[in-house]
Design a protein. Sequence first.
Length: 503
Amino acid sequence: MTIRVRFAPSPTGHLHMGNARTALFNWLFARKQKGTFVLRIEDTDVSRSEARFEDLIYQDLKWMGMDWDEGPDRGGAFGPYRQSERIELYRQKALELVDSDKAFHCFCAEAELEAQASVARAAGLTWRYPGTCRELTRDAAETRLRKKEPSVIRLKVRPGAIHFRDLVHGATEFNSDVISDLVLIRTTGLPTYNYAVVVDDALMEITHVIRGDDHLSNTPKQILVYEAFNWAPPQFAHLSTILGSDHSRLSKRHGATSVQNFQEMGILPEALMNYIALLGWAPPEGESEIRTNEEISRNFDLEKVSKSPAVFDLGKLFWINRHYLKECPAGQLVSLVIPLLQQTGWIGQVDAMVEGWIDRLIEAFLPRVDHLSQIADMTDSICSFDPDEVVRRVEVLEALAVPGATEVVRELGFQLSQPDKKVVHEWKKIVAAVKANTGQKGKNLFHPIRLALTGTASGPELDKLVPLFEEGSQLSLLKKVKDCRERVCGFAEAWDSAQTSPR
RNA sequence: GGCGCUAUGGUGUAAUUGGUUAACACGCCGCCCUCUCAAGGCGGAGAGUACGGGUUCGAUCCCCGUUAGCGCUACCA
């Protein structure tokens, strides 16, 4: 028998880390087992679901590199794959259950039951549906139905224990005493989650249900539905929750938590996939944690997945991302960085010259970056150069207080101002001249140069920065990149005037 | 409140399934490299396995309680 798994998100927005991992584990399992991966959209909650969110889910999944064999957009032999298109099916199936006396029409007022429940809760008791309509005769029910009394269809929960074996948690047992006669079909005619999943999973012939831990307590209810239909339940595998750094459930307030967030940040999809796979799973000792999906899926084993919740560690994601960034072909990086640079307002239309410049930019900044959007930030802070502001920075003030530092700046300005200087090619010569004429060397030589050029005490090698400034100044960008001469001379001037007229 | 799940350094995971100086990775600290910050290389600190009881010659591993976190307890999914 071939394995069939499914990922069944609700279209309520971008994919979240928890869902992304559920999708990934399903996908890994399907690929490893040469099975079928089906995508199903659970949109029975009309208040939260929106059709446009469905596309977001497809996009996120595709971006991460996952594909599916069946789904609303791809079709398949077990469709439709949107719950909203299966409403009639759920209703029919529920009616079958009523016919076989496994379920019943219930006319109890929701408000009244709720009131009972809250009384019970206040008394510290477990509330269960009292069974009022359970014993209604078929005729009585029919008449009330004909009178269009509002009603739901509820399952007759059988007494006794419910056992199942979870692939990650092992043998699990629940007592049905705690389970109320659950609603299958609501007053509105729409199915409830716990009912619809079962109908879908069974009819779509899903063999393994791999989903979040939060469904573990729902599983016995669903098994009851399988039993009522005389369907064999699938295998279950419940994945642990992903927690935020404070050990509470991961949510927006923990910062970036959706696939979209990471994409915008400039995290590579391979990195995100790799990291998420590491949440609750680890390769054998001594083997690298950096591995492709192929490698992960090759020895992926659901029973090896951790039962305990995992804290999402941005730092480790960044570490993995840095790794993939280094391996990423330059051309691809350039095209990823372009939109980020456009956002900061530095570039508009891109031609081959600009691309070349961006390539240099990446080369200079990449080693010190966790994710691509930092390249745009760094470009912004280093290319914007306002001498009057720079000259007031504490780090500049401190560094220029060192004896000989101002001479270095002045001499550098002088050297750069010589006519016909080919700054990029002669940079080494220029520095050598400054060195010879000021007698400064090492840190005392380079530190002032760096400051006069960039305004900050740290950053990429000057050899990389100089061509960046020179070439950038020739380009017609949205903002002007100042060349080296302009920077140093502007700096020297601002410095002098700040000294003579301290504010 | 009831029911369930989980519990190994700061974080993610190992520990041949009762016998190890409790391992690896991220992070952190230090050193080397270096004009600087990164990157890279090298080294180090950090847990006696949530807590308390058992069982056993011996418990990270088995059992029981406690605590904490999370989930379910809906006509949300």
